[in-house]
Design a protein around this ligand. Structure first.
Ligand code: GLN
Length: 484
């Protein structure tokens, strides 16, 4: 049952092959039996899940089931869930139980989806390896001595290990696409503003965007149909009708112009990864697409610009965690200053503190123009590169990350090496464009991801391109050893 896709589960539920209660019990049992090895979930919501499954079964029996009725999913622990701890991977929020649901969580709830639990993640979504989580690292189901990617590594590993058929995740600089690539699943970061950020704990507000993860593009389309909505509680959410992302999954790719940025195939790219990506591009040519070499000349500036903008925004966002209103509070503070200092020193891990320091520095009066102002200018140049490219091509493709999953500890002492993990994903966030990753090969028994970048709000075209690829290849069907 755990090998079925969401599309197949929905069919089975409709045709009464199994009930939501049966599926839910099945996945809960898998999590209980297997997740001690992977650590992909922080919180299991067993009772709520069984209750939601029962309600779903009643709705299905009554013949008025909403689209995702009875389908089990897991939410990244960055999305607020009413009455269920939402830790954001941090000691700071280890005791935080939100009184409301994030809009994304509410959308899934009203669509009948069944939440199994909350997934592990890098602390406040800062990281590329899940090693910064207060709850310990997530292990990659393909190779448990390697990282699953981050920050949505828990969501990606849970899907790869067949502990859930779908998940929510968030992407500020690559956190949906990079773990999807490293865990051999499919994940999509929508256009900035497509999915509500309300109730999604803020890291860098001008870059953060929620999106779906599943095994196939077809399933991601179903999840995005539910996840995307206009929300007046998020002032950056865009008021634009949500198309049916499943409707174009049969379109032909004949004549599709795919841009191949030469900067994405330069030094630093693992040769096995490059081969797998090039072989996939050849597959697209067979499907009728035309490959066009393009240039995104400012790609090299994206990591430096991001590591000014994201820490600057996060230092402002994280100032709310001060021990006063919610979250961790130090014992016996002497005075207010002591409360702030000790609460924040105890509650935040090293990487989060590093970002707060960098961000505060970049925003300080004397350096604001030199760093933050400059980074915002660079951001415009990066956006312009893409706008020009999309005058000539329909989609852009390349590797999602420079190499397959690396071993624990390999980059932990070298923040810059870790930051370079996102070299191919970060510029999409800076430009606000949608991007996705899908499995396209294996190197040393580890999955490789193909990245697809689309023009603003062109998720339907991206999903169809990924779906067509998944009709003629079976990389997305491979399962890690021992997971069958
Ligand atoms: N790895 C990047 C960072 O650490 C991106 C994280 C993310 O997308 N949330 O900031």
């Amino acid at each position: 049952m755990h090998n079925l896709t969401i599309t197949e589960l929905i069919d089975g539920l409709k045709n009464r092959v199994f009930s939501s209660t049966e599926i839910t019990q099945h996945f809960l049992a898998r999590i209980r039996n297997l997740d001690s090895e992977f650590n992909s979930l922080i919180t299991l919501t067993e009772n709520q899940a069984l209750k939601a499954a029962k309600t779903a079964d009643q709705l299905i029996a009554a013949g008025n089931a909403p689209e995702l009725c009875g389908v089990p999913i897991v939410h990244k622990d960055i999305f607020c869930t009413e009455g269920v701890r939402t830790s954001c991977g941090s000691k700071m929020l280890d005791n935080f139980v939100p009184p409301y649901n994030a809009t994304v969580v509410e959308n899934f709830r009203s669509s009948g989806a069944v939440m199994l639990g909350k997934t592990n993640m890098d602390e406040f979504a800062m990281g590329s390896s899940n090693e910064t989580s207060f709850y310990g690292p997530v292990k990659n189901p393909w190779s448990t001595d390697s990282v699953p990617g981050g920050s949505s590594g828990g969501s990606a590993a849970a899907i790869a290990a067949r502990l859930a058929p779908g998940a929510t995740a968030t992407d500020t600089g690559g956190s949906i696409r990079q773990p999807a690539a490293l865990c051999g699943i499919t994940g999509l970061k929508p256009t900035y503003g497509r999915v509500s950020r309300w109730g999604m704990i803020a890291f860098a507000s001008s870059l953060d965007q929620g999106g779906p993860m599943a095994r196939t593009a077809e399933d991601c389309a179903l999840l995005l149909n539910c996840m995307a909505s206009y929300d007046d509680k998020d002032s950056t959410c865009i008021d634009r009708p949500v198309p049916n992302y499943s409707a174009h999954l049969g379109d032909s790719l004949k004549g599709l112009r795919i841009g191949i940025p030469k900067e994405y195939f330069s030094e630093g790219l693992n040769s096995g990864t490059e081969q797998a990506v090039r072989a996939s591009l050849a597959e697209y040519e067979k499907l009728g697409a035309k490959l066009v070499e393009i240039s995104l000349p400012n790609t090299g500036l994206s990591v430096p610009a991001y590591y000014v903008i994201a820490p600057a925004e996060s230092s402002a966002n994280l100032s709310r965690f001060d021990g006063v209103r919610y979250g961790h509070r130090c014992n016996d503070p002497k005075d207010l200053e002591d409360l702030y200092r000790r609460t924040r020193a105890e509650g935040f891990g090293d990487e989060v503190q590093r970002r707060i320091l960098i961000g505060t520095y970049c925003l300080s009066a004397g350096y604001y123009d030199a760093y933050y102002g400059k980074a915002q200018q660079v951001r415009q140049l990066i956006r312009q590169d893409f706008i020009q490219a999309f005058e000539k091509v329909d989609l852009i493709m390349g590797p999602t990350c420079p190499s397959p999953a690396f071993k624990f500890g390999a980059k932990g002492n070298d923040p810059v090496a870790m930051y370079l993990e996102d070299i191919y994903t970060i510029s999409t966030n800076l430009a606000g464009l949608p991007g996705m990753s899908l499995p396209c090969g294996m190197v040393d028994n580890k999955p490789v991801g193909l990245q697809i970048i689309g023009n603003y709000f062109d998720e339907a075209r991206m999903l169809n391109a990924a779906h067509q690829f998944q009709q003629v290849t079976d990389w997305h069907q491979l399962a890690p050893a021992g997971i069958e």
